[in-house]
Design a protein around this ligand. Structure first.
Ligand code: GLV
Ligand code: GLV
Length: 324
């Protein structure tokens, strides 16, 4: 074949189109390749298809500056040093759009589950504690008609607003960029400051990228501003929330509950104090994990990879400056 590629994990789709033009190595193990192994392998390939568990830093990219493409099967790309890739004119692909609804659906499931104590209720039942119908058993807040605060109003944040509209919620959002007035009106979403959102929301849901600006965006000061009845949901990236501060807030009932699909670090250490809390739900980074969505993500990552190998513009490129 013309090209050599490495795929860092078996993918939930077929590889025929890629096989036609490339010799493919698929990393077969459950754990991702160790950093040194990946850096070694990268030297012998033309294209890399990676996951968010692969650390693609400057040194790894410098190990093969002739790499034609880095294609990530995820929408987020905080694991990749984009500036280093751009400096070597290596295009980086990602998979936006196809996972927007799946991720918003999981976020909504967590919001509902945390509010109405679904996971606690399941534990309670299995532990044989259900003895009768009780007027005050496992009470939570209303979801319908409550105030939702959306932090980061990109595709997924907006998809949350669409869902919230159906529940008759008041919708607040904050973002570095204000949305167009027609979109705000269509979604019924009000642009507010981060502080106002923290103070007024019954549910706060995070949909920003992870960057230097958003690292530990949620820490003691933010939890102190939130209502004691408030629930935090994070399906974006773990390090946006300071885990020690979250533990303090939840154990002191500074806020009522939280639901996380992402943690810092991942996976969450089995001795993390967070795992002892009843008012916290944690799922293992499954926001985009519908069968249809994962296949679409894999197909999109392969399309980006093939375009990069052929020297064509990637259909979904993170750093289009490389074409400038
Ligand atoms: C998953 O977290 C993604 O970024 O696609
Ligand atoms: C990611 O897809 C986002 O824009 O929220």
């Amino acid at each position: 074949s013309q090209f050599k590629v490495l795929i860092t994990r078996p993918l939930p789709t077929t590889l025929e189109k890629l096989e036609a033009i490339a010799e493919i190595e698929v990393w077969p193990e459950r754990q991702p390749p160790a950093y040194d192994v990946l850096r070694e392998k990268v030297q012998a390939i033309d294209g890399l298809l990676c996951l968010l568990t692969d650390q693609i830093d400057q040194a790894l990219i410098a190990a093969n500056p002739a790499l034609k493409v880095i294609s990530q099967m995820a929408v987020g790309f905080d694991n990749i040093d984009i500036a280093a890739a751009t400096a070597h004119k290596i295009p980086v692909g990602h998979t936006p759009g196809v996972l927007t609804d799946a991720t918003a659906d999981l976020t909504w499931a967590l919001l509902m589950a945390a509010a109405r104590r679904v996971v606690e209720g399941d534990r309670f039942t299995r532990q044989g504690k259900w003895q009768t119908w009780e007027p005050d058993l496992l009470l939570g807040p209303n979801v319908s008609g409550a105030t939702l605060g959306i932090v980061g109003f990109g595709r997924i944040g907006q998809a949350m607003a669409r869902r919230a509209k159906g529940f008759g919620m008041r919708i607040l959002y904050t973002d570095p960029h204000r949305a167009a007035p027609e979109l705000e009106q269509d979604l019924g979403a009000d642009f507010v400051s981060f502080d106002q959102l923290l103070q007024e929301a019954d549910f706060v849901t995070i949909h920003t990228v992870l960057s230097a600006e958003t690292h530990h965006l949620f820490s003691d000061r933010q939890f102190e501003q939130m209502q004691r009845s408030a629930i935090l949901i994070n399906t974006a990236r773990g390090p946006i929330v300071d885990p020690a501060a979250l533990y303090r807030a939840l154990s002191a009932e500074q806020i009522a509950g939280a639901a996380l699909d992402v943690t810092d670090p991942e996976p969450i250490p089995t001795d993390s104090p967070l795992l002892t809390l009843e008012n916290l739900i944690i799922t293992p980074h499954i926001g985009s994990a519908s069968r249809q969505t994962r296949k679409q993500m894999a197909d999109m990552a392969i399309a980006n990879l093939i375009a990069g190998l052929k020297g064509d513009r990637l259909p979904h490129c993170v750093n289009p400056e490389v074409y400038g």
